[in-house]
Design a protein around this ligand. Structure first.
Ligand code: G1P
Length: 258
C-alpha cells in the first residue's frame, strides 16, 4: 500500500467513511466484544486513542459502551508477538483476534459462527484456498470433521508452499483463542521470515488437541492491497445505508460505459 502508508498507518486508511480499524472493531462488537485492544506500531497508539476516545467528538455511534485501547508492539517481531503483547490485558478470558487487513462482507457473521463452533479450546477461521495462496497464508493439518464446516485442527504451517502444504484450508485472519494460546506463544521460536508466527502457536494448541477450524462460507475482503482496497471500498460503499443506493447507481452507470 505504498506510498499511501508512508505516513499513515494501514489501519487508519479510510474505507468509505471510517478507518479500516473501525470496521474491524465494529465486527467484533457485533459478535459481543465490549473491550478491544488494538495492537499498533510505536507512534500509532495516539491515533487510535484520538479516533476511538476523543473527548471533544464524543463516542462513536454504536460504540458508546465499548472500551478501545491501543497496545504498542515496540519491535515488529511478527504476528505471534503482536498477539502476545495483549496477554496481560486479556488475562484468562477467551478472545477474538481479527487482522485489520481482512474485512467481512456487510452481512458476514464469521465470528458468530466461530463462537457457535467453540468448545473449551480455540477456533480458527478457514477457507479452502487456491494454490496461489500456499506460499502467502498459513494452512492447517486437518483431523476429523465434527460437522460439514467444523474440523479438528491437528497442526498448522505458516506459508508452507506447494511442497509442504498439509491441506488447502488456509487461515484467513479471524481467530477465537482460549488463553492457552499465550502459553503456546511463550514457547515458540522465530519461524518463517525470522518472525514469531501466530501459526506456530496454533500448531502447538492443535497438537495438544485443543483447536478446531471453522470453514467459512463467506469470503473476506482483503483491504491490505491496492486492488483489494478498491474492492473493499466498493462492497462496503454499495451497502452503506446512507449513500449506498446512489453509489450503486453510479457504479452501474459507470460500468455500462466501459
Ligand atoms: C498472516 C498470517 C497467516 C494468515 C494471513 C491471513 O500472514 O501469518 O497465517 O494466513 O495473515 O491474511 P501475513 O499476511 O501477515 O503474511
Amino acid at each position: 500500500m505504498r506510498p499511501a502508508t508512508r505516513a499513515l498507518p494501514k489501519a487508519m486508511l479510510p474505507i468509505v467513511d471510517r478507518p479500516a480499524v473501525q470496521w474491524v472493531v465494529e465486527e467484533a462488537v457485533r459478535a459481543g466484544a465490549r473491550e478491544v485492544f488494538v495492537i499498533v506500531d510505536p507512534g500509532v497508539g495516539v491515533l487510535i486513542d484520538r479516533h476511538f476516545n476523543s473527548q471533544e467528538e464524543g463516542p462513536l455511534p454504536g460504540l458508546e459502551d465499548v472500551v478501545v485501547h491501543p497496545i504498542v508492539q515496540d519491535v515488529p517481531r511478527g504476528l505471534g508477538d503482536a498477539v502476545r503483547t495483549a496477554a496481560d490485558a486479556v488475562g484468562h478470558r477467551p478472545f477474538f483476534t481479527l487482522l485489520v487487513d481482512n474485512l467481512v462482507y456487510p452481512d458476514g457473521d464469521v465470528l458468530g459462527h466461530m463462537a457457535d463452533a467453540a468448545d473449551a479450546g480455540s477456533v480458527v477461521c478457514l477457507r479452502e484456498l487456491g494454490t496461489e495462496y500456499l506460499a502467502r497464508y498459513g494452512f492447517i493439518v486437518p483431523g476429523e470433521w465434527r460437522t460439514d464446516r467444523v474440523v479438528e485442527v491437528h497442526g498448522a504451517i505458516e506459508k508452507p508452499g506447494v511442497e509442504a502444504a498439509p491441506s488447502k484450508l488456509g487461515l484467513i485472519g479471524r481467530y477465537l483463542f482460549s488463553s492457552a494460546i499465550f502459553e503456546a506463544l511463550d514457547h515458540i521460536e522465530p519461524g518463517v521470515g525470522g518472525e514469531l508466527q501466530l501459526t506456530d502457536a496454533i500448531n502447538a494448541v492443535g497438537e495438544a488437541g485443543s483447536c478446531l477450524g471453522y470453514v467459512s462460507e463467506d469470503d473476506l475482503l482483503d483491504s491490505g492491497t491496492p486492488s483489494g482496497y478498491l474492492e473493499s471500498s466498493t462492497v462496503l460503499g454499495a451497502a452503506h445505508p446512507d449513500f449506498g443506493a446512489r453509489y450503486r447507481a453510479f457504479v452501474t452507470e459507470f460500468t455500462e460505459g466501459l
